[in-house]
Design a protein around this ligand. Structure first.
Ligand code: BG6
Length: 468
């Protein structure tokens, strides 16, 4: 339906923006922080590591002032587990605890609602050395960490996200540095089972310890279209939707394994060990809302016999290579691509809202959405009209989704401030604020408001009314 008069954004809509600790903070070993798996991962050649990132750890005061000037109603950031518990299980690091109190207090003083991601890819290295998430003990470690966060910050933080992109960690962990290349499917899906249990524990703990607290998962969502209306293409799209999305959301929302996903795991010899009590734990933890990171949709066809097509594909977390016997990936001829090859599909965001809403009937929060581009700083300015166009088109579709009756909680564009991409360095920028550094030359890290900063400021001030 093309509404002539789209409904307005509701009062209290959370106009937000997002970052993640390891991509923005830097200070990778400061003040007692332990190493994370990201600190020992070698990023692709030619791209920066995360040791300094945007130096937010030291400049958070200036950064929060910028976010306040931007007019944010909320800010999504992640807490670094190894900053709180350096070895993942042992002593708590008081300096780490204090840092996030300072950050949260600064946000609250400016009237910005904190939305905290508990875990965004940066597992403490010590836990990795004990088997990471394939070791069941990591569930207990996470529950302990979660309890510390809820007790420490629960008075001030009411919106919580558990695990960022559990699905991408399983499906593309080797690209983003969260799993080792060559890890077997069996181990990956055992890891997934443990992550789901840890998440369910966090849901329960939040409800027990945070008065008025709301918590949800934050998978990546790339709604899958069939390349044609051939029934086998439609089935292939359905299969990838299950493997990439419903497996994770069904576990989070209903605490059950999706039966089609389970058949896939059986066929791949990758069913996880499920111990007595696990299914009860999964169904006892329930989210209050669903977060989802949206960058694009995907288009697929029935799998061809010929594997060369799949092997020649450039792939990352938003560009699936295809999977033998399951699906081939296809280009969508109706969509443009970013400079990094990701398709751009604003209408797909509305379709995603509808799909999630129809299935789960829970409030929905866009936890990430944004355009990675090669920005240029010219006389202190960044003219990023391309980013404004991208964001405006997506916001317009959220508004239409609201007209569809969807309960949309808020919007967290990625990213609030420039940061280091997961695997494509500093040159791939997303922020409303430019951070003056290059891949290997740190320059002075000064902050500059981009054109998109002023655009988003006007949009927020008009509660989404001024899209121009
Ligand atoms: C999401 C992640 O996958 O996409 C972020 O949650 C990430 O951490 C973002 O930065 C954009 O991806 P990339 O690879 O361009 O940094």
């Amino acid at each position: 339906m093309q509404y002539r008069e789209p409904k307005p954004f509701p009062e209290g809509f959370l106009w937000s923006a997002a970052t993640a600790a390891y991509q923005i903070e830097g200070a990778w070993d400061a003040d007692g922080k332990g190493p994370s798996i990201i600190d020992t991962w070698t990023p692709p050649e030619g791209t920066s590591d995360f040791t300094v990132a945007s130096d937010h750890y030291h400049r958070y005061g200036e950064d929060v002032a910028l976010l306040a000037e931007l007019g944010l109603k909320a800010y999504r950031f992640s807490i670094s587990w190894p900053r709180i518990i350096p070895d993942g299980t042992g002593e708590v690091n008081p300096a780490g605890i204090a840092f996030y109190h300072r950050l949260i207090d600064a946000l609250v003083e400016h009237g910005i609602e904190p939305i905290v991601t508990m875990y965004h890819f940066d597992l403490p290295l010590a836990l990795d050395q004990q088997g990471a998430w394939s070791n069941r003990a990591t569930i207990e470690a996470f529950a302990k960490y979660a309890e510390i966060l809820f007790r420490e910050y629960g008075e001030k933080v009411k919106y919580w996200l558990t695990i960022n992109e559990q699905n991408n960690m399983i499906l593309y962990g080797d690209v983003i540095g969260t799993s080792k290349p060559g890890t077997s499917k069996r181990e990956l899906y055992q890891t997934n089972h443990h992550l789901a249990l840890a998440q369910a524990r966090a849901f329960q703990l939040c409800h027990a310890l945070v008065p008025g607290g709301k918590i949800g998962p934050a998978p990546n969502f790339a709604l899958v279209y069939p390349e044609t209306c051939h029934p086998l293409d439609v089935l292939a799209a359905d299969d990838l939707n299950v493997i990439r999305h419903w497996l994770y959301f069904d576990l989070a929302v209903d605490g059950v394994y999706n039966s089609i996903a389970w058949s896939y795991l059986e066929e791949k010899g990758a069913t996880p060990d499920i111990l007595p009590g696990d299914l009860e734990t999964l169904s006892a933890g329930r989210p209050d809302f669903l977060g989802f990171n949206y960058y694009n949709t995907q288009t697929v066809a029935r799998p061809s016999e010929d594997d060369t097509q799949r092997q020649s594909k450039v792939a990352d977390q938003q560009m699936s290579p295809g999977e033998a016997g399951v699906y081939d990936s296809a280009d969508n001829p109706y969509l443009a691509k970013t400079e990094f090859g990701w398709e751009v599909d604003p209408i797909g965001l509305r379709a995603s809202f509808r799909a999630l809403w129809n299935r789960y009937r829970l409030p929905l929060l866009v936890t990430e959405n944004g355009l990675g581009a090669f920005d240029r700083l010219e006389d202190g300015h960044v003219h990023d009209q391309y980013r404004i166009d991208y964001l405006r088109d997506h916001v317009a579709q959220i508004r239409l989704a609201i007209g569809d009756g969807v309960d949309a909680l808020g919007y967290c564009p990625w990213s609030a401030i420039d940061l280091v991409s997961t695997h494509q360095g500093v040159a791939k920028r997303y922020g409303f604020v430019y951070v003056d550094r290059d891949e290997f030359d740190l320059k002075d890290l000064t902050r500059h408001r981009k054109d998109s900063f002023y655009w988003y400021q006007r949009l927020i001030a008009s509660n989404g009314g001024d899209l121009a």
